[in-house]
Design a protein. Structure first.
Length: 515
């Protein structure tokens, strides 16, 4: 190695290229630089040659196609290790006897000299077998050939006298087939999610007049956006149940109102027909009475005719009044039914919006939090994983309400909830505990990590002001964090977090303390 500095070597390299009358190519520059620096010469990467080899490789099986793509990728990045891996794996997909490979039987590859079959212990292979079994449910059983390959591999792994070379080859082939199956499942999930969104959009578009339903569809669209996990899917399920309940109840009420309206119209038509008939009879009676009066020669002969006219008129008036009263009563019932439907829609909107979520902040309310706690406790007991619970309280909230008004206080609550959701992980849960207090559930999180997460949220809030009018206001909070202890219920953990939060307030506010 030379003692010269890199910039001196670079300057001397340029001089030597000129003195030796060489073309100033990167290869010539690298060679002279290495010579002057005392570095062993490095052979240039034969990218063009390797690309020609990759182009010439046959691709009769999916495994060969994949490895050819990996080889071209490694060549583009001048990666010798990637080239080696792709070529070795490609060799595992050479069809036996010149036929096409089925992914199960291929020409065995000899073990390299530095491979130690003895390292493939029975315990190690048993772990591999369990890993394969655990992954199988996620990949499904729609592909019989893949299921058969899985069973064949498991059987080979669990043989008392295991053929290491054969198992290695089967594992190699299985790995490639597994990658295809995983890609298929990912594409299926993506497509199903797209179809679900199309259904939500279509329902929302068809119900422009039903604002409650459109709002629910918007919430479902948000809840079903990736990344998906079981908690978010539970939220989608709960929201769908709310929509289904609301639709069913409103539909039954609407059908009842329609039936009453149909009966009212039928009765109206019947009464109108009766009135028409009565009017026709009354008209005929009047014509007959008029004829009799024309033929009468004395007052005595006219009197009975007038009596009939008066009786017929009174009967007609009484019938008209009765029909009118009946139609008026039916109209009042229809108006009452319509008012009841409007009241029902408002009540369903209120119940649906407040069933599990706080309408101001969008966080879970106490009922939603209780349900989330039940799910998290079940996971903790089943998986034996940590759960940290944070209780946070906005600092000086009463003063903010008194000086800036309750509208500013509401804005502060919504602002804190929005920033918290941005900082939280998808598996975390935000709930409004009451007033200016919030609870954050952090699964798979130990106490120390929970304190760190709340501290990060505090730092983020110091960067984010919210506007009330034209004034910028900084929001801070004090928080306590408790990790759920063994055999402890959630309410006791929240109480411990509350006590730690109170101590944080006493210690000067805008800080996080562990319970």
């Amino acid at each position: 190695m030379t003692d010269k500095k890199p910039f001196e070597i670079a300057r001397e390299t340029l001089k030597q290229i000129t003195v030796r009358k060489l073309v100033p190519t990167p290869i010539n520059y690298q060679a002279i630089y290495n010579e002057l620096a005392g570095v062993p010469p490095i052979q240039p990467f034969p990218a063009d040659i390797l690309r020609d080899i990759a182009q010439a490789l046959p691709t009769k099986t999916p495994g060969q196609q994949k490895q050819k793509g990996l080889l071209e990728y490694a060549v583009d990045r001048l990666n010798w290790e990637g080239v080696k891996t792709a070529l070795v794996a490609y060799g595992g997909f050479v069809p036996a006897h010149g036929g096409e490979s089925n992914g199960l039987a291929s020409v065995p590859m000899p073990l390299s000299a530095n491979t130690a079959p003895a390292a493939l212990t029975a315990d190690f292979m048993a772990q591999i077998g369990r890993l394969i079994e655990y992954a199988q449910p996620a990949l499904g059983d729609d592909d019989p050939r893949f299921v058969e390959q899985t069973q064949s591999l498991l059987k080979a792994i669990r043989q008392p006298e295991m053929d290491s070379a054969n198992v290695k080859l089967m594992l190699n082939n299985y790995g490639h087939r597994l990658s295809f199956a995983a890609e298929d499942q990912a594409e299926i999930k993506k497509t199903l999610l797209k179809l679900l969104h199309l259904v939500f959009e279509n329902i929302g578009d068809l119900s422009l007049d039903e604002q409650w339903l459109k709002g629910q569809m918007d919430a479902l669209m948000t809840a079903s956006n990736p990344p998906l996990n079981l908690r978010r899917l539970d939220d989608v399920e709960r929201r769908l149940k709310d929509v289904i309940f609301k639709q069913k109840d409103a539909k039954e009420r609407a059908m009842l109102a329609q039936e009453e309206m149909r009966q009212m119209l039928a009765t109206f038509i019947q009464r109108l027909s009766e009135m028409t008939q009565s009017t026709g009879s009354f008209h005929e009676k009047l014509l007959e009475n008029a004829r009799q009066m024309e033929q009468a020669k004395t007052i005595a002969e006219i009197a009975p005719v007038l009596k009939e006219v008066v009786g017929a008129t009174r009967s007609m008036a009484a019938q008209s009044k009765s029909t009118g009263d009946e139609l008026k009563a039916m109209r009042e019932r229809a108006d009452a039914t319509d008012a009841e439907l409007a009241k029902l829609h408002k009540e369903l909107d209120r119940v649906s919006a407040q069933a599990r979520h706080d309408p101001l902040t969008g966080a879970l309310n106490r009922k939603g939090m209780d349900e989330a706690l039940d799910r998290e406790l079940s996971n903790v007991r089943r998986k034996e994983t940590p759960l940290s619970i944070s209780l946070l309280d906005i600092d000086n909230f009463k003063k903010l309400n008194d000086t800036k008004g309750h509208a500013a206080g509401d804005q502060a609550l919504a602002h804190l909830a929005a920033v918290a959701r941005e900082c939280m992980r998808p598996q975390d849960t935000l709930a409004r505990y009451g007033g200016e207090e919030f609870v954050i559930l952090m699964p798979d999180t130990a106490l120390e990590s929970g304190v760190e997460a709340m501290t990060r949220l505090q730092r983020e809030l110091t960067k984010r002001f919210f506007l009330t009018g034209s004034e910028k206001i900084l929001i801070t909070f004090s928080a306590g964090v408790a990790q759920l202890a063994e055999n402890e219920n959630a309410l006791d953990a929240i109480k411990r977090a509350d006590q730690a939060m109170y101590l944080a307030k006493r210690a000067g506010k805008n800080r996080v303390l562990a319970a």
